[in-house]
Design a protein around this ligand. Structure first.
Ligand SMILES: *Cc1c(COP(=O)(O)O)cnc(C)c1O
Length: 364
């Protein structure tokens, strides 16, 4: 028997109970008309949380990183210039993925903990095919202004990583000019890991790679099964076995979020994050991310001088059942990452993590 954990790290977070109970329903086949209805409703609810009317909005059958892979493998033609805003680990990963697709990558490096500098990014190259940026950098706890980037992108396609922003903070794909977006289920959406909510508009789909290197993530092939498929379920064709239980779980999680109201859910994340950040500062701890650009759902805090970061995390886990994250990259031992995502964006979770951290620091 595994003791229940409070998942207050950078993801996965604890899940909404509705999402978890959906996993116990009788399993449906991936071409069952009842399942196809669940799939269609899931795509429709995903449009709402993405803030898009894109027909091609669907849950890819893999985690957020596969969403990243799908974004680039379907849009990068060999030799294309891809400008990537790098202000953390996931921006770095975008460079790697785009390069493997044959892109000429132009990374625009930022100091970690700072938001994306839109001016520098758009001036990095006169005519890039793609500009890519992370909306919520989970490695540093920083929010970047995607709307400003979308307004300045010119003819380039804008690829956006919304893994840690979807269902947590304001996200408006169409209004902001996002052409291709990918996300994950296990952060603010409060669903277990396993699917990548994905959206691509007509402009990007028309410029897509006809026969991408990846068969599994080929959006042209996937379209026959989800998204643009005919409303008649009989015309759906088999591509791969959709993880039907996971889709049912995402369906239930999205319904839970939309029932509460998207803006209310955003407000709940904002106030939990603000309370946590105020509490940490009252304890004399120093926040890592630049003021004014801090994510409410993922807080980065500096480990005090002379404190053993791993020892504190171990005590939190063993004595309090609380998981928080170590820092990313060069900050592995000097920063903690505390996530309050999905059902954890609540005042009681704030009090719990602050009290436990105080106790663990007293024993450090
Ligand atoms: C977690 C995360 C990913 C990767 O998602 P996986 O589900 O771990 O594959 C990508 N980008 C950001 C910003 C993330 O936080």
């Amino acid at each position: 028997m595994i003791r229940e954990r409070h998942l207050f790290g950078p993801g996965p977070s604890n899940t909404y109970p509705e999402a978890t109970s959906a996993l116990a329903r009788p399993l449906l086949g991936h071409l069952d008309p009842v399942f196809l209805e669940v799939m269609d409703e899931t795509c429709e609810m995903l449009r709402t949380v993405w803030g898009t009317s894109n027909a091609r909005t669907l849950p890819l059958s893999a985690t957020g990183s596969a969403g990243m892979e799908a974004a680039f493998v379907n849009t990068v033609h060999p030799g294309d210039v891809v400008v990537v805003a790098v202000n953390g680990l996931f921006g770095q990963r975008m460079c790697d993925v785009a390069a493997r697709c044959g892109a000429e990558v132009v990374p625009v490096e930022h100091e970690w903990g700072r938001p994306v500098d839109v001016q520098r990014v758009v001036e990095a190259h006169p005519s890039p095919a793609i500009i890519a940026a992370v909306h919520a950098e989970t490695s540093t706890g920083v929010r970047s202004d995607i709307a400003a980037l979308g307004a300045a992108k010119g003819d380039a396609l804008l690829v956006t990583d919304a893994v840690t922003s979807i269902g947590g903070i304001e996200l408006r794909a169409d209004d902001w000019g996002i052409d291709v977006g990918y996300a994950g289920t296990q952060k603010c959406l409060g669903v277990a890991p396993g699917l990548a909510p994905f959206t691509i508009n007509d402009r990007a789909f028309e410029r897509r790679v006809e026969k991408p290197q990846s068969w599994y993530l080929d959006l042209g092939l996937l379209g026959g099964y989800v998204g643009e498929a005919s409303s008649s379920s009989l015309q759906r064709t088999y591509h791969h076995t959709a993880p039907t239980a996971m889709v049912a779980s995402l369906h239930a999680g999205l319904a839970r979020v939309l029932e509460e109201g998207l803006e209310q859910v955003w407000a709940r994340h904002e106030s939990a994050g603000a309370a946590l950040q105020a509490g940490l500062q009252e304890m004399g701890l120093e926040l890592f991310a630049a003021e004014g650009h801090r994510l409410p759902e993922l807080t980065t805090v500096r480990v005090p001088e002379a404190v053993d970061s791993a020892k504190v995390r171990r005590r939190l886990l063993e004595h309090h059942g609380i998981e928080i994250g170590a820092g990313a990259g060069a900050y592995a031992a000097s920063v903690w990452r505390i996530g309050l995502m999905g059902p954890n964006a609540r005042p009681d979770a704030v009090l719990l993590v602050l009290a436990a951290l105080r106790e663990a620091l007293d024993h450090a």
